[in-house]
Design a protein. Structure first.
Length: 95
């Protein structure tokens, strides 16, 4: 599936409702390749939407990294979407 596509989309979101949570999807133009979600762990009183958003981006990009290591070695364009600008800026700074 993913080997045939040139563009991979990573979409992530997170938030807080007493505890932090996140969810993400990795997809091509044709198919959803993987989905993930979970709790964004933190110390008591340290929950923030930034932490939750960052956990979502971290786990999604780690998934893409591991999938790339085991898949075909072709170049792919990875487009990342998040509604939290600070997380995107940090991700760009790391590349």
């Amino acid at each position: 599936m993913i080997e045939e596509e040139r563009t991979i989309w990573v979409v992530s979101d997170g938030g807080i409702n007493k505890k932090g949570f996140f969810g993400w999807i990795v997809a091509t133009e044709r198919v959803i390749v993987a989905e993930g979600s979970g709790q964004a762990p933190s110390e008591k009183g340290m929950n923030s939407s930034m932490r939750a958003e960052s956990y979502g981006l971290l786990t999604a990009t780690r998934f893409v990294l591991h999938a790339a290591r085991w898949g075909k070695k072709e170049s792919k364009k990875v487009l990342v979407w998040s509604d939290f600008e600070t997380s995107i800026k940090r991700l760009i700074a790391m590349t």
